[in-house]
Write a protein that binds this ligand. Structure first.
Ligand SMILES: Cc1cc2nc3c(=O)[nH]c(=O)nc-3n(C[C@H](O)[C@H](O)[C@H](O)COP(=O)(O)O)c2cc1C
Ligand code: SF4
Length: 469
C-alpha cells in the first residue's frame, strides 16, 4: 500500500500528482493559487474569466470601461481578459519554478472565449500546459489546442456530452486530449451541467456515470486518457471504488471548493470566515443564472431575494380572453394588459408590501419588485458589458447576425453575473452577492485540517488530500 492514496500520473506531458485545482472565476483561482498547486507538484488552474491585469511594477490595472455601448465594452473585456491571463500565467509560472503543471480555465459560455484563448496562447503558450473548458459545448477547443500544441480538457457531466464533442471534433485531435473532466452536476460548485434529463433533486451515483464515460472512451481508443473527477471531492478514501479500478482506468481528482480556504486563496477574510460556518443545507442548486445553466451557490440574501422575486410572479396576456379578463396597467400611460381575476388580490398584497413595480419577463409573466430593485435591474441591464456569449438577463448576444441580441425581452428574474462576481471578490458585502459553492462546503467545519479556524497553505492541503483523509 503506497503512502499516498494516489500514484503520480502523466498530465499535460509531465508526471505529476493527480490533484487538480478547479478553475474559479472571477479571480477566485488565479496565478498565485495555480502557482502554489504547481509548486507542490500538482496541477494549478488559473481562471481566464476577468483575471487581474498586473503591470511591470506589480500594480493592478483596473478595468475602467470607456465604451459607450455593450458592444464596445465587450471589446474592452476581451482585451482585458487577454492581458489578465498573460499576467496570471506569468505569476503562476514564477511561483511554480518548473514544477507541476499550469492550466487555464475558460468558460465557453463567456463572450469571445475563442478570441481570448488565441490571444493568450499566442503570448503565453510556454507557460500554459493545458486548457480546461466548460459551460457549453467547446467543439473548437481541440482546434485551438492543436494550433498551440497544448493539452485540452473538456468539462462534461455525461457520456452524451463527451460523445458529441468527440464525434464532432475531438476525434481528429486525440493526442492532445489531456483528460476528460467529469463534473458531478449535483455536487460541483459554480455552474453545473444538469440537463433536462437529470432530476436536480435526485442525485445519481458518480461511479456509474464515470464508468459509462470510461466505457465509451475505451471504445474510441482513449484507454490511457485520464478521467478527472470533479464535484463533491473532499476525502479521497471515499472514492476508493474509483481508484486503481481497471474498469475506471487512470483518474485524477479536481478540487474547487476546498482550496478556497487556504493561505493563497484571494477571497476576502469575511468570505473565508463564512466558509467555516456553512452547513449542508446552506448550499442549493438554482436556475437564475443569466447563462441558463443550473448553478450551485450558498443560499444567502442574494439568492433568497431572487427566489422571493420569482415567487411574486403571475401570467398575463396582451389581449383579454375568458380567463385573462382583468385589465391592469404597468405604467399610467401604458396599454393595459390582462391578468386572471384571481391574481388581483396577490398583486394588491404585493403592492401594499412595497413591491409596486411590475416587470415583464420573456415567459409572458410579470414579476413584482420594489422601485429600488426595479431601478437596480434596469441600471444593470443598461450597463451590460456583453460578458457572456448569450445573456438572458440583458438579452445581449455575441452575434452581429442577430444585432447582438437574443431576440427575447430581458429577463428581470435573473441578474448580472459579471457585476456580482466582481463585487464578491472585491467587497466585504458577501451576503448580498452570488456566492458560488460546492455542496461539500460543510466539511470546512468538520475537517480537522481546518480545526480552530486554521487556514492551511495549498501545499499542506495537498499533503492532507493525499492521505485520503
Ligand atoms: C467560487 C467558484 C467559482 C467557480 N468558477 C468556475 C469557472 O469559472 N469555470 C469552471 O469551469 N468552473 C468553475 N467552478 C467549478 C470548479 O472549477 C470545480 O470544478 C468545482 O467546484 C468542483 O466541485 P467542488 O466545489 O465540489 O470541489 C467554480 C466553483 C466555485 C466554488
Ligand atoms: S448583463 Fe449579462 S452579458 Fe451583460 S455584463 Fe451582466 S452578465 Fe454579462
Amino acid at each position: 500500500m503506497p503512502m499516498n492514496i494516489l500514484d503520480k500520473l502523466s498530465i499535460s506531458g509531465k508526471i505529476v500528482l493527480p490533484i487538480i485545482e478547479g478553475g474559479k472565476g472571477i479571480g477566485v483561482s488565479n496565478g498565485e493559487t495555480a502557482g502554489a498547486f504547481a509548486a507542490a507538484g500538482a496541477v494549478g488552474t488559473f481562471s481566464g474569466v476577468f483575471p487581474q491585469v498586473i503591470d511591470d511594477n506589480g500594480e493592478i490595472i483596473p478595468l475602467i470601461f470607456k465604451g459607450k455601448n455593450r458592444k464596445e465594452r465587450f471589446e474592452e473585456i476581451i482585451d482585458h481578459c487577454i492581458k489578465g491571463c498573460i499576467s496570471q500565467a506569468q505569476i503562476a509560472s514564477d511561483i511554480a519554478k518548473g514544477n507541476g503543471r499550469i492550466h487555464i480555465n475558460i468558460l465557453w459560455g463567456m463572450a469571445g472565449a475563442e478570441r481570448i484563448l488565441n490571444g493568450v496562447m499566442e503570448s503565453a503558450k510556454d507557460k500554459i500546459h493545458g486548457i480546461t473548458c466548460g459551460a457549453g459545448m467547446p467543439y473548437k477547443l481541440a482546434d485551438i489546442a492543436e494550433k498551440y500544441k497544448t493539452y485540452y480538457y473538456p468539462i462534461v457531466s455525461s457520456t452524451r456530452a463527451f460523445r458529441a464533442l468527440w464525434m464532432r471534433s475531438y476525434n481528429k485531435f486525440s493526442d492532445l486530449l489531456g483528460g476528460v473532466v467529469y463534473e458531478d452536476p449535483w455536487k460541483a460548485g459554480g455552474h453545473t451541467g444538469l440537463t433536462q434529463k437529470d432530476n436536480p433533486d435526485v442525485e445519481e451515483d458518480p461511479f456509474h456515470r464515470v464508468r459509462e464515460i470510461r466505457q465509451y472512451m475505451n471504445k474510441v481508443g482513449l484507454e490511457k486518457t485520464p478521467i478527472i473527477i470533479a464535484g463533491g471531492v473532499w476525502y479521497l478514501n471515499k472514492f476508493k471504488d474509483l481508484i486503481d479500478n481497471i474498469e475506471i482506468g487512470p483518474i485524477a481528482f479536481q478540487f474547487g471548493t476546498r482550496p478556497m480556504l487556504t493561505q493563497e486563496s484571494p477571497i476576502s477574510t469575511r468570505w473565508k470566515e463564512k466558509l467555516f460556518s456553512l452547513t449542508r443545507k446552506d448550499v442549493t442548486l438554482n436556475k437564475f443564472s443569466p447563462t441558463g445553466f443550473y448553478s450551485s451557490a450558498v443560499n444567502n440574501e442574494f439568492l433568497i431575494e431572487l427566489k422571493e422575486r420569482s415567487k411574486r410572479q403571475i401570467d398575463f396576456r396582451n389581449e383579454s380572453d375568458s380567463e385573462f379578463n382583468t385589465a391592469i396597467s404597468l405604467k399610467s400611460d401604458a396599454k393595459p394588459i390582462y391578468v386572471k381575476s384571481i391574481d388581483t388580490n396577490r398583486i394588491d398584497e404585493w403592492k401594499s408590501n412595497g413591491f409596486s413595480v411590475g416587470l415583464k419577463t420573456p415567459d409572458s409573466t410579470i414579476v413584482f419588485v420594489s422601485s429600488e430593485k426595479a431601478t437596480q435591474i434596469r441600471d444593470d441591464q443598461r450597463n451590460c458589458k456583453g460578458c457572456l456569449a448569450g445573456c438572458k438577463f440583458s438579452s445581449w448576444m455575441q452575434s452581429p447576425e442577430t444585432n447582438y441580441s437574443t431576440g427575447e425581452i430581458p429577463d428581470p428574474r435573473s441578474y448580472c453575473i459579471q457585476g456580482t462576481l466582481q463585487n464578491i471578490i472585491q467587497d466585504d458585502n458577501i451576503d448580498n452577492q452570488l456566492m458560488f459553492s460546492g455542496s461539500n462546503v460543510f466539511n470546512f467545519s468538520k475537517d480537522s485540517l481546518f480545526s480552530k479556524g486554521y487556514i492551511p497553505t495549498i501545499k499542506e492541503m495537498i499533503q492532507r488530500i493525499l492521505n485520503g483523509k
